[in-house]
Design a binder for this molecule. Structure first.
Ligand code: HEC
Length: 148
């Protein structure tokens, strides 16, 4: 009887240990996905900046495409991960994520429309700055160990 109990306890412990590992694995995977999206954002913005500076419309278009792809389903893909960045205030984290996703969406849309129609890239530059401000604002609030 003792032996059976021992086996049962051991297997319960094994199960709970493996599910704890799974939670950590899931967290790591979702953080990796978030970082991946973030790096796409950075690449897109970089291309847009270069495109404006070198007067290279194709480069701007490339950057806009990268941003458009990176922001797709942003909340659905990363909302839960972003909430975990602020365990004390997940509501604020979600609000922040929603707001910035919405603003980035609008500005990317505006850029897409402008880039075909103009040789005046000042509007593109303004949208670029608007998007960049969203990046910085969210990082200040949700990035761990940032600007304490
Ligand atoms: C809604 C919040 C939010 C917005 C908006 C946001 N970020 Fe981030 N970003 C984060 C968080 C949180 C991290 C930290 C992830 C980690 O290290 O776990 C991060 C990390 C990063 C990283 C580091 C990735 C790595 O590999 O370590 C880069 C680069 C980055 N963001 C770029 C951007 C750019 C560019 C934009 C704007 C287009 C942007 N982010 C907008 C929340 C955001």
């Amino acid at each position: 009887m003792k032996k059976v109990l021992g086996i049962i306890i051991a297997s319960i412990m094994a199960v709970s240990a493996s599910s704890a590992e799974e939670v950590i694995d899931n967290d790591l995977a979702s953080t990796a996905r978030l970082k991946n999206t973030m790096r796409k954002f950075a690449t897109g913005l970089d291309q847009i900046q270069k495109g404006i500076i070198y007067n290279d419309r194709d480069k701007i278009e490339m950057g806009v495409r990268v941003l458009r792809q990176a922001r797709k389903n942003f909340l659905k893909r990363h909302g839960e991960t972003l909430k975990k960045q602020k365990p004390g205030d997940p509501k604020m984290a979600m609000y922040m994520a929603k707001k910035s996703a919405e603003r980035i969406r609008k500005l990317v849309k505006m850029m897409s429309a402008e880039v075909h129609n103009t040789h005046d890239f000042s509007k593109i530059a303004a949208a670029y700055t608007g998007i960049f401000n969203q990046c910085v604002a969210c990082h200040q609030k949700l990035r761990k160990n940032y600007a304490k």
